[in-house]
Design a protein around this ligand. Structure first.
Ligand SMILES: Nc1nc2c(ncn2[C@@H]2O[C@@H]3COP(=O)(O)O[C@H]4[C@@H](O)[C@H](n5cnc6c(=O)[nH]c(N)nc65)O[C@@H]4COP(=O)(O)O[C@H]3[C@H]2O)c(=O)[nH]1
Length: 526
């Protein structure tokens, strides 16, 4: 009852933990989003104003020191080497201007980046001409190295340059950044040209006291000359739209990540905590059951014994394969408990059905069980001496930590009359070196070698090799995983002692094993 409550609590706890984790991450992200969108404008505004102020100042500086200076130096410019060098130099020193070109008869005839332009590029009408005489074109194509770019250009006299903002603002090419020119007539600002149209009413001075104004829709710099001006303006809704779509994108990414983390978290939790924890409880609560797989004598075809195999069903009614839970038992450090339960249960089971002392029994053991003498003590406590020879301890494929202690443990078991077999021979540690060191009495050929050995193949020669070694060491040979009559007949030609496999029977419950074995075993008590 207490265990049931504990288990229910454990399951609830896991679900609650996961939902809580997901919910809190979601809430934190939502709050971050909200805070971010509330603060976005106020946080970025000052920064943008600063950047755009320095951009204006930088462009004005470049126009004066590059384009105006070139006009002074070359009032009648030619596309000659000298002028080209001066243009390239000016291009190099300018921060926001590039591809400085010479303009003649409304054509770009040569440029600092491409030399002579053939055919020359046609100039479009300027979008506005500033008070200082700078002709600004919003979408002028200019020659740029091997290519052409289209964008904003500034022209003073015979020289024109492409306005390159790419390094000027941290968020270049943004749709919210607008350039507009206005003219001032009788104290009213009138739209002249540019990216946008807006009514210059109800603007309040910018909070930092600079020359910037803002209303619901626009943030713009003050018009500083009397007749006309170029405004650098920020379209606030467009700015938010751009940021919102970024937020939406990030939101989608975050939600996807959350879902993945949730799914993965469940999986990781299941494997790291749930199964190991359930295995721990399962062993402690004696939830293991045993299945018995018949072992047949080759010569007579009789069932003479069985291999004992652990089976474990979880609380969710799932069967977990030994291959999976044995590894967890090892991680949990519960190998001794498992072996103890297997030994005690199988002795009790076989005794109950009158087969103890009548059949051979193969029990899987961990190397530590043998090295520590744990399995020897258990068997000796539970069995009368005359049954020792019927028990075969199968040394499963494991990492051997102390080969010397293992070899001593095997020696002790054999001295008492128990059989010791190397399981899964041919895989993992069970190689020739182990065979030399550990003085076993039987060898089980791994099923992976049996499958395919019925036909001439590399496997066949390996099986023959293994059988020869076993015979030369006078070991009993058991072939496991026999699935077909061809395999069985082939193994008969090799004179293998015992066979085990689905051909004869799958591992079955005790009751089913009794049904299968009873015609070969006298279960009457003597
Ligand atoms: N496909 C196929 N499979 C066959 C055939 N004949 C037998 N098998 C399977 O091969 C495995 C034989 O056991 P193993 O080599 O000792 O390999 C065992 C053994 O190493 C380990 N194991 C099982 N029970 C215990 C246990 O109580 N203690 C320990 N230490 N290890 C155990 O888990 C391994 C896997 O056990 P199982 O899943 O029960 O798998 C069993 C059995 O079901 C066949 O003809 N075809």
């Amino acid at each position: 009852m207490i265990n049931k409550i504990k288990r229910t609590y454990f399951h609830l706890g896991k679900l609650q933990l996961l939902s809580l984790l997901l919910l809190s991450t979601l809430l934190i992200s939502l709050s971050l989003f909200t805070i971010n969108s509330i603060h976005t404008w106020s946080q970025h505004k000052d920064n943008l104003v600063r950047q755009l102020d320095s951009l204006s100042a930088g462009i004005a500086h470049d126009l004066k020191n590059s384009l105006a200076a070139l006009n002074n130096q070359y009032p009648e410019p030619l596309c000659d080497h000298k002028t080209m060098m001066a243009m390239q130099q000016a291009d190099y020193f300018a921060n926001f201007l590039t591809s400085i070109s010479i303009v003649k008869d409304n054509l770009i005839v040569c440029s600092s980046t491409q030399g002579m332009i053939n055919p020359p590029t046609i100039l479009i009408e300027p979008d506005w001409i500033s008070f200082a005489g700078v002709k600004v074109r919003q979408h002028q194509t200019v020659p740029f190295f091997e290519d052409h770019v289209t964008g904003r250009t500034a022209q003073i006299g015979n020289f024109l340059a492409y306005l390159d903002y790419s390094n000027a603002i941290s968020e270049p090419q943004q749709p919210w950044l607008k350039y507009i020119s206005y003219y001032n007539k009788d104290g009213d600002l009138n739209y002249l040209s540019g990216d946008a149209d807006f009514v210059v009413n109800d603007f309040t001075p910018h909070s930092d006291g600079s020359q910037w104004y803002e209303n619901q829709s626009w943030l713009f710099s003050q018009c500083i000359n009397e007749n006309e001006c170029l405004l650098i303006a920020i379209d606030i809704p467009a700015y938010f739209a751009a940021n919102q779509s970024m937020l939406f994108l990030w939101g989608c990414i975050l939600v996807t990540v959350l879902i993945l983390v949730g799914l993965l978290g469940n999986h990781v939790h299941h494997h790291l905590f749930s199964i190991p924890r359930q295995v721990r409880h399962g062993i402690n609560d004696h939830q293991l059951t045993l299945h018995y797989q018949p072992i047949l004598e080759m010569a007579s075809g009789n069932i003479i014994g069985c291999e004992v195999l652990s089976r474990w069903r979880t609380q969710d009614n799932q069967w977990i394969r030994p291959d999976e839970f044995i590894a967890i038992v090892e991680q949990n450090g519960q190998t001794a408990e498992l072996t103890e339960q297997v030994v005690l249960t199988c002795i009790r089971d076989l005794s109950k059905v009158g087969m103890l002392g009548k059949v051979k029994v193969g029990i899987n053991a961990f190397p530590a069980d043998i090295a520590s003498g744990h399995i020897r003590n258990l068997l000796c406590q539970q069995l009368p001496k005359e049954y020792y020879s019927l028990f075969s301890i199968e040394l499963t494929e494991q990492k051997i930590e102390n080969l010397k202690a293992l070899s001593q443990g095997v020696q002790d078991l054999r001295r008492l009359g128990f059989e010791v077999a190397i399981d899964d021979f041919g895989t993992g540690f069970s190689n020739l070196e182990a065979l030399r060191e550990v003085n076993v009495s039987a060898l089980k050929i791994d099923k992976s070698f049996i499958w395919g050995a019925e036909k001439p193949s590399l496997k066949r020669s390996l099986v023959e090799h293994i059988v020869n070694i076993a015979k030369s060491l006078e070991l009993h040979i058991i072939a496991e995983g026999v699935e077909t009559t061809e395999q069985l007949e082939y193994l008969r030609t090799l004179d293998v002692d015992y066979t085990q496999g689905f051909l004869h029977s799958r591992p079955v419950s005790l009751e089913e094993f009794v049904v299968k074995a009873k015609q070969y075993v006298n279960t009457e008590s003597s």
